[in-house]
Design a protein around this ligand. Structure first.
Ligand code: 6R9
Length: 641
């Protein structure tokens, strides 16, 4: 390895970086593990299952004879038992969850504390009539009661449905209805940049909007400073837990294929779709990748900065690290409050070993300046990770140098809500890293890039990223092509990618109609209809535009009804409606008004052209347009922004 790869290689994108030797020496997974794993598919996955404690160990690794693929088909286990109880013997006094609240307060749950509260809340859920297979909706920010409630659900076999706290009442009602959920756990409110957000009001409204009757609402007292009026059907979390003080609830035995949770994600349709993850395959895959890719060890303090409301928070803040008996940090605040060095201060103060974040956060750190991380002692860090979108080589190098001090490997992990856990990444103690490229498919994972006809393309050629063998973390009802036992069974991922001669996958971005807004995946149709519903708006088109720093900004192009052009307040009403139907986090970065959207003669909206206009690209042939004159108008409207 070069003495100083950063200085030696500079900021080029194609340079390969060897993992630092001190890391390699202590890594959970080495070359021989990888070779052994690669040699025996699907048997290799038994190793992932072996990281868990099964009530009935699994005989078979995979069953492809039914109408869907089943992993560890005869195994039985309980996820909460695996994430809590089994660690008591060795680490009951070790921190399981270290929480840092919005106002600097901290709370630590040892594994024993977690055991008690999970049991007590599980008993409380039972007292409210919740049994195995009843769906419980959880609508909370980053407070410890959220993972506690998830594990309490898992303990009694009730799938949870975590809804991101930033979603609006309407979005919450829709997700409760779709999941058929009768019980909601929320909080009175929380602080966002110093202001109290009244979460319970949103929950109250969702209860009114939902078609499904929401019979009970449990409310966590987060604000603590006022008496919250709880009416009929409302229960105070602390009182419920106190009422069940000391309760112990036998973990409910689940089949490997029983649903652990449902999570809603945006896809190609205008509606969010529910992805249901399994108990055995999902947890095994989450634990295995936390072990092999994030290199977690029980005595690590680990920080995943994702919100639990998204899949990354489920898998790599809660289930993966707790399955391995690690200390997982939960941070309620934002990265630049009270100061822009907040993240580095927390890493230093808590001696964080492994830090997992998103490229969008890294780009913000870069903007705020290297002085912030440079001013802190980050030497506790051993490994860094990224997830959520491609990381450009410059951001990769900044992260490597200023956060990792050239001593920590970076794992650029590719996966999706649908995959449950990481599928593509370097194995940090084994593979060299190529900044800008996620890495090879993990051992046990087969992926290829195909063209429109489904044929694999030559190396370095762009196409559709396709996973060609099942993996344990696959959800129930995966939209896969082919019968479960077909040789050519495959899952087409909705991502464009290319693969180089060494098998490294570079992800180019989504090919479906989804956009990333503040790091969260949203459907263009969800956003477009939230805008088009506003009085005075005729049509809306959403496009994601790359910004020079490697990020992207969501542009909304809005055509207005006659007479509404330039009417005061339209922009504000659009923002308000996006906030009402989806949530304020989803507001587009740029809104451009235009008399018409560019359409082909057959009436098809040309999003591509809008994207080119917005990113200042050379425009191709616009002769297919029915209204070519509109291009100039949109360009000048955009200039006025
Ligand atoms: C885990 C998560 C999934 C989409 C996925 C892809 C993008 C995720 C990435 C990445 C490039 C990476 N994505 N990780 N793109 N490099 N390392 O983010 O799930 O919210 O479902 O989004 O995110 O486009 O298809 P989800």
């Amino acid at each position: 390895m070069d003495d100083d790869p950063v200085v030696e290689t500079g900021f080029t994108s194609r340079t390969a970086v060897e993992p630092p030797e001190p890391f390699v020496e202590q890594a959970n997974v080495d070359e021989s593990d990888v070779a052994a794993f690669d040699a025996s598919w699907p048997e290799c996955w038994r190793r992932a299952a072996d990281l868990l404690e099964w009530e009935t160990p699994t005989d078979e690794v995979i069953d492809r004879t039914g109408d869907r693929v089943s992993w560890f088909p005869d195994g039985r286990l309980n996820a909460a038992y695996n994430c809590v109880d089994r660690h008591l013997a060795e680490r009951k006094n070790q921190a399981a969850i270290k929480w840092v609240g919005k106002r600097g307060e901290t709370r630590t749950y040892t594994y024993l504390d977690l055991y008690h509260e999970v049991n007590e809340f599980a008993a409380a859920l039972r007292s409210l009539g919740i049994e195995a297979d009843d769906v419980v909706t959880l609508y909370m920010p980053a407070i410890p009661e959220l993972p506690v409630a998830m594990l309490a659900c898992a303990r009694i076999g009730a799938p949870h449905n975590v809804v991101f706290a930033g979603f609006s009442a309407q979005a919450l009602a829709e997700r409760m209805d779709r999941a058929g959920s009768e019980l909601l756990v929320t909080c009175d409110g929380y602080y966002r940049r110093g202001n109290a957000v009244h979460q319970k009001n949103k929950a109250d409204n969702a209860r009114i909007m939902a078609s499904q009757e929401v019979s009970d609402i449990v409310v966590v007292d987060r604000l603590g400073d006022e008496e919250v009026h709880l009416g009929d059907g409302y229960h105070d979390y602390d009182e419920l837990v106190a009422d069940h003080h000391g309760a112990e609830v036998e973990p409910v035995t689940r089949e490997a294929d029983d649903e652990l949770f449902v999570i809603y994600t945006s896809g190609t349709t205008g509606q969010p779709s529910g992805i249901r993850h399994t108990t055995g395959g999902y947890l095994a895959h989450a634990a295995w990748t936390s072990h092999a890719v994030l290199d977690l060890k029980p005595d690590d303090t680990y920080w995943c900065s994702a919100d639990i409301g998204w899949i990354t928070g489920h898998t790599y803040l809660v289930y993966g690290p707790l399955a391995l008996g690690t200390t997982t940090m939960l941070y309620e605040g934002v990265p630049d409050h009270p100061e822009k060095d907040r993240v580095w201060e927390l890493i230093e103060r808590n001696a964080v070993d492994v830090f997992y974040t998103a490229p969008t956060a890294i780009r913000a750190f870069i903007k705020w300046g290297a002085d912030h991380p440079d001013a802190h002692d980050l030497s506790s860090l051993r490994l860094l990770g990224t997830v959520g979108e491609p990381i450009n080589a410059d951001a990769w190098w900044w992260y490597y140098e200023h956060v990792g001090n050239g001593e920590c490997p970076i794992v650029d992990t590719w996966w999706q809500t649908e995959t449950g856990s990481i599928l593509v990444s370097t194995v940090p103690g084994v593979d060299e890293m190529k900044p800008g490229s996620a890495g090879p498919p993990l051992p046990g994972i087969d992926a290829t890039v195909v063209d429109e006809t489904g044929e694999s393309v030559a190396p370095e050629t762009g196409g559709y990223l396709t996973v060609t063998k099942p993996w344990p973390g696959m959800p129930l009802d995966l939209p896969a092509d082919g019968e479960p036992d077909d040789e050519d069974w495959r899952y087409v991922t909705e991502d464009a990618a290319r693969i180089d001669d060494d098998g490294y996958v570079t992800v180019l971005g989504r090919i479906d109609d989804t956009v990333t807004v503040q790091g969260h995946r949203l459907g263009t149709m969800e956003l477009e209809s939230a805008i088009a519903d506003v009085e005075g708006v005729a049509e809306a088109a959403i496009v994601d535009v790359q910004t020079p720093g490697g990020g992207s900004t969501v542009h909304a192009f809005v055509s207005t009804d006659e007479g509404h052009k330039g009417v005061d307040g339209l922009r504000e009403r659009i923002t308000a409606n996006v906030e009402r139907t989806i949530g304020s986090f989803a507001t587009p970065g740029v809104v451009v008004f235009t008399p018409e959207l560019p359409k082909t003669r057959s009436g098809k909206l040309l999003r591509r052209l809008l994207k080119d206009i917005a990113s200042g690209q050379e425009l191709g042939d616009t002769s297919a347009l029915r209204n070519p004159e509109i291009v100039g108008e949109i360009e000048s409207a955009l200039d006025g922004e």
